[in-house]
Design a protein around this ligand. Structure first.
Ligand code: ADP
Ligand code: MG
Length: 288
């Protein structure tokens, strides 16, 4: 599968003025908390701010609340405290349709996706946009460009359910690109991808002009993809900031319970891990 990322960064051929579809938008969370009704908060105290076009990786151990935080960002969970602002506006002050024109989500596949063909899946990305004659032409162009970009045009007539994990992932990303959002939110987008497609996904994310928030469980990947990182542990924000200043050994130890060595590699970082030595005699910190 040669290089579906090696196309120009103009992902849909649209313009780039601030009101154009697909122009990057700022995203901000301020003291955000969410939990199911009557239950303790699953995430709390989450605050970050991204300028248009910045890329954020959300990292943390399994169950830390990464997917829950994303659900607050793409307006699925209404925060019980705090606020999410896109382009300066509280996402809950926007209609679902307007919110969907600003923020698209690429999630791990959902059961409802399986009844559709690939073409129908990608067309669905246009649902939040205006209909009408000129709207239809723009939609056709956006869908075709997104499918070409993700190299899924040849799969158009296939049932989504029959695709491989990697093909499904590319279709889901194509649907989000067809949506022409200003913010793209992705949940573990490299999960089902083989080595080659994982590298291509990194390149794709780096080449998109929109603002990106992605969960990742791999710190190497986070350093490759993102300029900023937000670290969650047990629903609490351990850190937010530029990747190289933030992902330091002490933070990795307190967030992931591993010792890390960090080496520069090109413009990115490589992480080596080992289990911490357990001290049988005391529970005090090592004091390093
Ligand atoms: P991560 O994506 O970091 O692995 P999640 O956000 O999926 O973590 O989940 C964080 C914790 O919250 C997990 O223990 C999960 O079982 C729990 N959880 C997630 N969503 C809900 C929900 N709607 N109701 C109750 N518990 C939930
Ligand atoms: Mg998750």
């Amino acid at each position: 599968m040669p290089g579906w990322t090696r196309r120009p960064a103009t992902h849909t051929g649209s313009g780039s003025g601030p009101d154009e579809p697909g122009a990057a938008l700022g995203l901000e969370a301020s003291d955000l908390a969410w939990g199911p009704p009557g239950r303790p908060h699953l995430i709390a105290g989450v605050s970050f701010s991204l300028a248009p076009g910045e890329r954020l990786a959300i990292v943390g151990p399994n169950g830390a609340g990464k997917s829950t935080l994303l659900r607050c960002l793409y307006r699925l969970h209404r925060p019980v405290a705090g606020v999410v602002r896109v382009d300066g506006a509280d996402v809950w002050s926007l209609s679902p349709r307007l919110a969907a024109r600003k923020i698209a989500a690429v999630l791990q596949e959902t059961p409802g996706d399986f009844a559709f063909t690939v073409q129908e899946m990608v067309n669905a990305g246009r649902t939040p946009h205006a209909a009408g004659f000129s709207g239809r032409a723009a939609s056709t162009r956006a869908v075709e460009a997104a499918m070409r970009r993700m190299e899924v045009s040849h799969l158009a007539g296939r049932a989504f359910a029959t695709l491989s994990g990697g093909e499904k992932q590319r279709v889901l990303i194509a649907r989000a690109l067809a949506q022409q959002p200003g913010v793209l939110v992705l949940d573990e987008p490299t999960n089902h991808l083989d080595i080659r497609h994982r590298l291509e996904a990194v390149e794709l994310l780096r080449g998109l002009r929109m603002t990106i928030v992605t969960t990742l469980h791999d710190l190497d990947m986070a350093a490759d993809v993102a300029g900023k990182v937000l670290v969650l542990r047990a629903g609490r924000q351990m850190a937010f900031g530029p990747v190289s200043e933030t992902l330091r050994p002490a933070l990795i130890r307190s967030s992931f319970d591993v010792e890390a060595e960090i080496a520069p590699r090109g413009l990115s970082l490589r992480f080596d891990y080992r289990l911490p030595e357990r001290r049988a005699d005391s529970e005090t910190e090592s004091g390093e």
